[in-house]
Design a binder for this molecule. Structure first.
Ligand code: ZN
Length: 227
């Protein structure tokens, strides 16, 4: 793909055991890359992809971290010297961490990535908008992917969807951290149309419905489901 006039690498990496999907964004000319939500167990694959393209990993971006996540990419950061990027209050073991807030801009080479604060699935979720691509973690997993109970906040999720995500252009491509009903990418216009019936009933009704879903959601065992 071309972004900012530069040929770019955009490579999804799906965890074989977890189903988690991470994304490598790279500028082969500059030799720089970042990865969003690298799946556990796929570090060697990611390093091989970078080596093959002669790219150096400069940032590891997390959309969110659950309380039961093991090490939050500290090992990958240490091996590559990459900066860990995460929302405020996210647990982080890496030695170099950048905390991001809404509307921060991350740069690598001539590329820029805009940070959107999108709490809801967890209280510290952020999304990353790069060119026409939005990496939003489990934003559209309207239940939970936590193995140890819900960390979700339906009121915050409603506000994030209506104020931060759906005002973006229709043609934005949404790339989730887990497949959404077997889909690995969707246009924002499609997701907006799908959720308009439930969002349109208002904030209080949305909170009530999500709370009911969360209350009846069975505990997960490491593999997330879609909404
Ligand atoms: Zn999650």
């Amino acid at each position: 793909m071309i972004a900012n006039g530069v040929p770019m690498v955009f490579r999804p990496v799906e965890g074989r055991l977890t189903g988690m999907i991470g994304y490598v964004l790279g500028d082969p000319d500059e030799g720089l890359a970042v990865v969003v939500d690298p799946p556990g167990g796929e570090t060697e694959l990611i390093l091989a992809l970078l080596a093959e393209s002669g790219m150096r990993l400069v940032m590891v971006l997390r959309t969110h971290v659950h309380a039961n996540d093991a090490d939050n990419c500290a090992a990958l950061c240490e091996r590559t010297g990459a900066l860990l990027v995460a929302g405020e209050a996210v647990r982080a073991k890496a030695s170099a961490v950048r905390r991001v807030v809404d509307d921060d801009v991350l740069t690598f080479g001539v590329q820029s990535i805009r940070v959107l604060a999108t709490p809801g699935h967890t209280s510290n979720c952020v999304s990353y908008l790069w060119d026409d691509r939005l990496m939003c973690g489990d934003m559209f997993d309207l239940s939970t992917c936590s193995a140890e109970g819900s960390e979700a906040n339906p009121a915050a999720l409603y506000d994030s969807l209506t104020r931060r995500i759906f005002p973006l252009p229709d043609q934005v491509l949404v790339f989730p951290a887990h497949a959404m009903k077997a889909r690995r990418v969707a246009m924002l216009a499609e997701l907006r149309a799908r959720l308009t019936p439930v969002l349109g009933r208002g904030r209080d009704a949305f909170i009530t419905e999500m709370a009911a879903r969360l209350g009846s959601a069975p505990a997960m065992t490491g593999v997330s489901r879609s909404c």
